[in-house]
Design a protein around this ligand. Structure first.
Ligand code: MG
Length: 436
């Protein structure tokens, strides 16, 4: 009977999957762990891995001719404001993704539900083909919700592909391109900078200081500017000359004020100026970029290669910050990085989200030449088994198959569900709406 046959196929694949994880997968991990040790040299890391007879001979994982099909897409809300995705297959392998726009988790979950019928029954290994189909068959291209849903799906499909083949995603993208990956932390007070330094970070990001809690106005007074400059100066001093600290204007500082702030902060040589204005006027950002020698970073609210094209062409930024959960996933950020390389621009993946987003960013970092630094707000404690660890400002190359992480379902039990909402911010003196 057909149903018996399907059950047998599934059981065979699951058995093979178990063999892969226990035998060939372990051998692969040992080999990669050896490369990621602190004594490893750059010359060693760029050598192609030596063939391992046991891997070459084993037939545990499905071959390209064997059937692997997506069976179900499952989303769940995770505190503080995330949405996780599991893409299930008949091979017993589950892919992980974060298909989320901050503040619109339920909308993204609905988008995933609408895409699910296309994917169910399809082979998850045709990652780029599915990206094209989901993106182009929508007819209306892009936008934050649909591109973020697609991004999370793309992460999960790469995760499945890597797991089926028993290798990290970066191996499938031609990596590794480096031995370890630099990460940066958010820190807006002297205490937080010291705390993060003690944790091993050497790169940081803060925002402009607010005078009496007030966001920047269109044209700011001298007191507001001096307060913001003094605050950044204090943080810069604690970071030290051998560390880095960038400042994120968050697109919330109006251009006239941003111009003055950029000029006054130059003395501290910030790592970068991020989103000096909102992303909707690239010409103006490019004009302002020409007024400073500090690198301009942007990209968290830009989507796909088409969104980043004009930033590069107009010279609006030299540090691109595509978000692995918004810009189009691993598939698209890999292509954006290639475009950036032609402009001598670097990639610093944006990530104020969870450990799946971080894991996807690390795979990109490990497979492109023009990586700068990876943003993170969580190393995965309480969410994944074996959270990432920072040492001397870097995390080690991940070595597990796919995205290289496994959810800690027990630890996550008390973190399911949330109703996180975006901030509603107003000028305290006249009540008008201000950006945050
Ligand atoms: Mg930002």
């Amino acid at each position: 009977m057909p149903s018996d046959k399907n059950e047998k196929d599934t059981t065979d694949l699951q058995r093979r999957s178990v063999f892969k994880n226990t035998a060939a997968g372990t051998i692969g991990l040992v080999a990669l762990n050896a490369l990621s040790g602190s004594e490893a040299h750059a010359e060693e890391i760029i050598q192609p891995p030596q063939p391992v007879p046991e891997i070459a001979q084993q037939t545990a994982r499905p071959t390209v001719r064997e059937s692997v099909k997506i069976t179900k897409l499952e989303t769940f809300l995770v505190k503080p404001r995330w949405l996780f995705l599991k893409v299930h297959t008949n091979a017993g392998v589950v892919g992980l993704g974060e298909p989320i726009v901050e503040g619109r988790a339920l909308t993204c979950a609905a988008a995933i539900k609408e895409i699910e019928p296309y994917l169910v029954g399809k082979d998850p290994r045709a990652v780029v083909h599915h990206w094209q189909a989901i993106y182009r068959h929508a007819f209306y291209r892009g936008g934050p919700i649909l591109t973020s849903a697609l991004s999370g799906i793309d992460q999960a499909l790469w995760d499945i592909k890597g797991k089926l083949l028993g290798v990290p995603v970066y191996e499938l993208l031609g990596g590794p391109t480096r031995q370890r990956i630099r990460v940066y932390a958010h820190a807006g007070t002297p205490e937080l900078i010291r705390e993060r330094k003690a944790q091993g970070f050497t790169a940081f990001k803060t925002g402009p200081g607010r005078l009496n809690g007030r966001y920047a106005r269109a044209v700011e007074n001298k007191a507001w500017i001096e307060n913001a400059v003094a605050q950044f100066g204090r943080l810069r001093e604690i970071v030290g000359k051998d560390g880095d600290i960038g400042i994120d204007f968050h697109g919330a500082v109006p251009p006239a004020t941003a111009k003055i702030l950029m000029k006054e902060l130059e003395q501290f040589q910030p790592f970068f100026y991020e989103e000096i204005i909102n992303c909707q006027n690239v010409d103006l950002m490019a004009e302002m970029a020409k007024t400073t020698h500090i690198p301009i970073a942007t990209g968290e609210r830009d989507f796909t290669k088409w969104g980043f094209r004009q930033i590069l062409e107009k010279g609006a930024a030299t540090i691109l910050q595509p978000d692995l959960c918004h810009a189009g996933g691993i598939t698209e950020v890999r292509l954006i990085a290639g475009m950036a390389e032609a402009y001598y621009a670097t990639i610093a993946p944006h990530n104020p989200l969870g450990p799946i987003s971080l894991a996807a960013g690390l795979q990109i970092a490990a497979s492109i030449p023009n990586f700068l630094c990876q943003e993170q707000v969580s190393l995965g404690e309480g969410y994944i088994k074996n959270p990432f660890k920072v040492r001397d400002g870097y995390v080690d190359l991940p070595t597990g198959p796919g995205l290289g992480i496994e959810l800690d379902e027990d630890a996550m039990k008390d973190k399911l569900g949330h109703d996180w909402r975006n901030a509603e911010t107003y000028d305290p003196d006249d009540g008008s709406v201000v950006d945050w």
